[in-house]
Design a protein around this ligand. Structure first.
Ligand SMILES: *[C@@H]1O[C@H](CO)[C@@H](O)[C@H](O)[C@H]1NC(C)=O
Length: 160
């Protein structure tokens, strides 16, 4: 009996104590860089048009994007996963290149601390917009990222 109580105290001890939980400093995210031979005004317009077309009101299967803010250098949006359990914050930043093209730094970050398992969600949030906008087939398009900067990149299947 005493052993049982002692065991329970050991097992339950940490749960009932009033110590704060261990902070989780990691959130699933993806950062990627895209280069285009097209000027930034055209690239950002195409990305914005696509995000707006992917508005939930349009009812399509990929339509889970809402525009948060738009400026000449940044587009911010939210993405809600189809099951509505996760939300990601998305930023596209536009910088002109010296050759008249555009360098886009894109980032998607899960807002839930528990969303460590990513399954390519953050990468696909970015890639699906780009791909649907037609920008991936423009001349000079180049993507630069890796598994370290972009969780799930490499295994991601964005076709759904
Ligand atoms: C985007 O997400 C943030 C964080 O959840 C929220 O505060 C903001 O209201 C959202 N904006 C829109 C336009 O949905």
């Amino acid at each position: 009996m005493r052993t049982t109580l002692l065991l329970m105290a050991i097992i339950l001890g940490p749960c009932v104590s009033d110590r704060p939980p261990v902070p989780l400093s990691y959130r699933a995210h993806c950062r990627t860089l895209w280069l285009f031979a097209t000027p930034c005004v055209e690239v950002s317009a195409a990305i914005l048009r696509q995000i707006q077309a992917f508005n939930p009101a349009s009812g399509c299967s990929a339509c889970h994007y809402t525009v948060v803010t738009v400026s000449p250098t940044d587009i911010r949006a939210n993405h809600t996963s189809p099951d509505s359990l996760q939300m990601e914050s998305i930023i596209f930043s536009f910088r002109p290149t010296m050759t008249g093209g555009c360098r886009v730094s894109a980032q998607s970050k899960s807002l839930d601390f528990i969303a460590v398992i990513d399954d390519g969600v953050n990468y696909c949030n970015l890639y699906n917009v780009l791909s649907a906008s037609g920008l991936t087939s423009t001349t000079g398009f180049l993507e630069m990222t890796n598994e370290w900067a972009c969780l799930g990149y490499g295994e991601a299947d964005c076709s759904t």
